[in-house]
Every structure is written in structure tokens, then in C-alpha cells.
Design a binder for this molecule. Structure first.
Ligand SMILES: Cc1ncc(COP(=O)(O)O)c(C=O)c1O
Length: 451
């Protein structure tokens, strides 16, 4: 489980106890893969987190994306708590709701109309249903290596086994979970990302069947892959040309890559879009938004959208307080994020050069990727990973060793290689993180890559 059990004595006891009644000892399967094992946490403040054994961490997991402002920013907590004392749920409208929808509509260019839910997965579900209703077509096109939530109709080919995944240019549609509805896969087409020729040819022949293209505008769930120049623009044009609904899943990129998300950063208007995570800095709320032509179908009651907890007042209050902070001083928070993240990325690059360690570091200040290629992998210099298949050149076992060694040294990172930054991270965090990385490179990694 871990090479340093004494450091995690209470977490180990907690996990043993928890597993007896909580399936796997975790509440979301992704946490099963945490390294060195699923730890138990006690509290978080700013960029730091403490586990139940009293170990302190600089946190680059950040709730897997929501905590753009760091843990427990007082304005967000205060607004949430104040609202809770006014009632937990009304099962009716409240004025904060339209305050937030007006705000989102002003910030997000494609958001003529908005609906709020709880999770990103269900908002994706709503977007796909809308696209099918609007076009009368059934099939959805997604990209290999991308994740759009855990529901049956879209949980395909996130990290497919390469021996079963088929041709790189025409990948198979592979279910990620046992028990997925077996009929759903015939209505999901999987293509490689960042390849406009393949997409263009596919749509030329099959556009009459395709209701929607759903894409993460930056492929955050695999190696934080940026879109190649012109790729998203060309995708936008193809969708317009063929009457296909373009859905940007901005559950990770939303409010993170810029105030207006990736669509703002790249200046591309999708037809529908989904936000979650950073919109409320940790309070449970998601947002389905888009052009009136599509969202109007929900407004008219023609397309079903529901949920007992939708627009939970405390979560909406948390979202408004979050947006207040994100918009403050001309959205200065994004400069801080970029500066801190770039400084960390550059520091890691310097250390890989110093210790002669091959690494891929790519992405943005607010979210980036670090991975080590397998020995002998032939990757071009510069931006090395452009799609799921090129991500297979990364040595996941070595990265897992790296993650455990980092956690042992008080730096908490995600085993898949993506690093989230918050505005609460500062230069002192960067320096401490680089010190830990240098130790791990020298003591753990260097011997393995040169062996
Ligand atoms: C891009 C993307 N879409 C959708 C989801 C699903 O969101 P949720 O976990 O809130 O259901 C996630 C979750 O990580 C995601 O990364």
C-alpha cells in the first residue's frame, strides 16, 4: 500500500474501517486509484490541505478542478453559510437564480439561456438530449481520450486498451464500465482528436446521422492537450456546414482557462456548453448553457430537464461569490494563475534538464500536464502529445512511483499527470514544490530512467 505506513497510520485504519460499509472505501471510482492509496483528509485552507495524520500538503488536486480560488476562500464560504441559514431548499424559484443566470449569460458568449444542475455528468446528458431533439439525429461524435461524465450514453473510450481500440484514425467505441447499456454504443462514434482531415471526411459521409460533436476544447482528461492551431475553428465551421450541434464540455476548462473559459480564450462560440467545477469553487452546481435555438426547447417544455436539487440556493450563492472574486480587478486572478503556473512549469523543465530526465510538460498556467515517456519513445521535441494515441508513449508506472514519492514529501498530485493551480498558490509553494521534485528526481526517478 505504501512504503511509509507509519506516516499514514490513521488513514490506513480509516480505510480499513470504511471499506467494511462504503464500497471500496471511496465514493467515486476515480479515487480508488489515488496514490499511495486513498487518504483521509481533515481540512483545507488556501493552497494547503491536511490529512487525518496531521501531514500537510501543497494541493495540486484541488478537488480535481473546482478549487480555482483554493480551499475555503472566506467570501465563498460566508455567502454559502449565510444562504444556508435562509433555508436549504425551496423546490421553487429564488432571486439568486436569475442573478447567476444573468451573470453567466453576460460572461459566456454562447449562453443566451442557462439551466443549473448539480453535476457535470447530468448537464452533459441534457446537452446530448437537446442536440438529438433539435436535429432529429441519434448519433453523437466524441473523441478518444476525452471524458464527459459517468453516464451510460457517453462513457466510452476515455482510456481504452490499445490492443482493443482499433485503428488510430477510426477507433472502436469501447465502454469504460461493465454494465453499460449495450445499445448505447451504436450511437456513439469515436474519432481521434486534433485531426481535422479525419473529422472532415467522416462528416462528409455521415453528417445526416450526427446530432452533435462533444469535445473538451482542451483535452484536460488526457495529458492537457491544447488544440492544434485552427483545429477548433475548423470544427466550428464543419458543424455549421453540416447542421451538427457543437458542444463544448467546459467542466474543467470553464472559468479556469479564462473568465469566459476556453471558448473565451480561443474566441469560438459553440452551440451548447457545460460548466461545473470552478464555477462555484467547490459548491455542487453545474450549468448547461447555449444558444436560444436549442435551450428554447427546454424553456418550452419540449425537452425534459429536471432535478430536485437544481439551483440549490447555497450552491448558487457560492457561485455568485466565486464569480465576484473571479471578476474582481478586471479578472486579475487569471494573470496570477498564469504567472504561478508558468513559473512552476519552467522550474520543472529546468530540473528535468539538470537531472537528465525525459519529460513532457504541456498545458497552461492554470492546468498543465507532466509525464515521463517510456524508454525509447520517439516523441518530437516541443508539444509532444497531440491525441490519445500519442499519450500512450507515457510511462504510467513510473509516474505512479513519482506521485507516491511526492505525496510522501507533502505535495499532493493527481496520478493521471494533470496539475491544477489555484490563485492561492504562491511563489513559496512553487519553491517548496520544486524542492520536493528535485529530491524525488535525484533519489527515486533518475536511477529508474537510466537503469
Ligand atoms: C470534461 C468533463 N466533463 C464532465 C465531467 C463530469 O462532471 P461531474 O463529475 O461533475 O459529473 C467531468 C468530470 O471530471 C469532466 O472532466
Amino acid at each position: 500500500m505504501t512504503a511509509t505506513p507509519e506516516r499514514y497510520a490513521r488513514s490506513i485504519a480509516d480505510l480499513t474501517r470504511s471499506k467494511k460499509t462504503l464500497a471500496g472505501g471511496v465514493s467515486s471510482n476515480v479515487r480508488l486509484g489515488d496514490k499511495p492509496f486513498p487518504l483521509f483528509f481533515d481540512r483545507g485552507l488556501g493552497s494547503h490541505l491536511w490529512d487525518v495524520d496531521g501531514n500537510e500538503y501543497i494541493d495540486y488536486v484541488l478537488g480535481r478542478g473546482p478549487l480555482l480560488l483554493g480551499h475555503t476562500p472566506k467570501e465563498v464560504v460566508q455567502a454559502t453559510v449565510d444562504q444556508l441559514w435562509r433555508g436549504q431548499i425551496y423546490a421553487a424559484q429564488h432571486e439568486l437564480e436569475y442573478e447567476l443566470s444573468e451573470r453567466v449569460s453576460r460572461i459566456i458568449p454562447c449562453a443566451d439561456l442557462v439551466r443549473f444542475g448539480i453535476s457535470g455528468s447530468e448537464a452533459v446528458h441534457g446537452a446530448l438530449r437537446l442536440a438529438r431533439a433539435a436535429t432529429g439525429r441519434q448519433t453523437v461524435l466524441k473523441f478518444e481520450g476525452q471524458y464527459h461524465g459517468w453516464l451510460d450514453n457517453i462513457l466510452y473510450s476515455l482510456s481504452p486498451d490499445p490492443t482493443r481500440a482499433g485503428h488510430a484514425l477510426h477507433p472502436a467505441t469501447l465502454a469504460e464500465s461493465s454494465g453499460q447499456f449495450s445499445g448505447a454504443d451504436s450511437h456513439v462514434v469515436v474519432l481521434p482528436w486534433n485531426n481535422i482531415e479525419v473529422l472532415s471526411q467522416y462528416l462528409e459521409q455521415h453528417h445526416n446521422e450526427i446530432a452533435a460533436i462533444i469535445t473538451e476544447p482542451v483535452m484536460c482528461n488526457t495529458a492537457v492537450i491544447p488544440p492544434l492551431p485552427g483545429y477548433l475553428e475548423a470544427m466550428r465551421d464543419l458543424c455549421t456546414q453540416h447542421g451538427v450541434v457543437l458542444i463544448f464540455d467546459e467542466v474543467i476548462t470553464g472559468f479556469r482557462l479564462s473568465l469566459a473559459g476556453a471558448q473565451g480564450r480561443f474566441n469560438i462560440k459553440p452551440d451548447l456548453t457545460i460548466f461545473g467545477k470552478a464555477i462555484a469553487n467547490g459548491m455542487p452546481i453545474s450549468c448547461l448553457a447555449g444558444r436560444e435555438q436549442f435551450m428554447g426547447l427546454i424553456a418550452q417544455g419540449k425537452v425534459g430537464h429536471g432535478g430536485t436539487y437544481n439551483s440549490l440556493p447555497a450552491a448558487v450563492a457560492g457561485a455568485i461569490a466565486t464569480l465576484d472574486l473571479l471578476e474582481k480587478d478586471g479578472a486579475a486572478v487569471y494573470d496570477t494563475l498564469e504567472t504561478t503556473g508558468q513559473s512552476l512549469m519552467q522550474g520543472i523543465r529546468n530540473l528535468t534538464a539538470k537531472h537528465d530526465i525525459q519529460a513532457v510538460i504541456q498545458g497552461y498556467g492554470a492546468i498543465f500536464y507532466l509525464g515521463f515517456p517510456v524508454q525509447g519513445a520517439n516523441l518530437p521535441v516541443g508539444q509532444a502529445i497531440t491525441d490519445y494515441r500519442s499519450s500512450l508513449a507515457m510511462d504510467n508506472d513510473l509516474y505512479t512511483i513519482f506521485v507516491s514519492a511526492m505525496v510522501d514529501r507533502g505535495v499532493r498530485i493527481i496520478p493521471r499527470g494533470n496539475w491544477f493551480l489555484s490563485s492561492a498558490h504562491n511563489q513559496a509553494d512553487v519553491e517548496s514544490t520544486l524542492k520536493a521534485i528535485e529530491e524525488v528526481f535525484a533519489e527515486v526517478i533518475a536511477s529508474k530512467v537510466t537503469a
